[in-house]
Design a protein. Structure first.
Length: 154
């Protein structure tokens, strides 16, 4: 009988070039009465992709909140194009690319795939805020960590 692996922490995915990949499994709780993934859960999967992207580059949400001048993100707009349904037990891949950081605003492109099939695409617009909900300039550590991953020219 073997024990757990040395590292039992959840995966934060991996990078290929500028793009982050996060595997997701569809569970029963993700589906509606038809057995398909409920539409709002795709937005949750996209959120996981964005959060794990930041965690993987060393600037997770808790680091931003634990600062003397705490910062967080608020999504200001989400554009989702649903193409194909996902079903229970599907192995999905959330692909995330941070495209632009202008002032407090951030633009992120994402997609969800099952194998080669593209299930959904999204463009997410977010803003960096203080804990009172006001827009603020992002902390220097955030800009420094995200800048190498942005689209060329941004």
């Amino acid at each position: 009988m073997s024990g757990p692996p040395d590292d039992t922490s959840p995966t934060a995915g991996w990078f290929v070039g500028r793009e982050h990949f996060l595997p997701i499994r569809v569970y029963y709780e993700d589906t509606d009465f038809t057995g398909l993934v409920y539409h709002a859960n795709y937005v949750r999967y996209f959120e996981r992709g964005r959060s794990d992207f930041l965690r993987a580059i060393g600037v997770g949400h808790s680091l931003l909140l634990d600062r003397a001048d705490p910062a967080a993100f608020v999504v200001t707009r989400v554009e989702v194009d649903y193409k194909l349904p996902a079903r229970i037990d599907d192995a999905l891949l959330v692909r995330t690319t941070y495209d632009a950081f202008r002032g407090a605003k951030l633009t992120v492109r994402q997609s969800i795939l099952r194998g080669e099939a593209r299930l959904a695409d999204a463009v997410v617009y977010a803003a960096c805020i203080d804990l009172a909900g006001r827009p603020r300039r992002p902390p220097a550590i955030l800009v420094e960590k995200v800048r190498p991953w942005l689209a060329p020219g941004d």
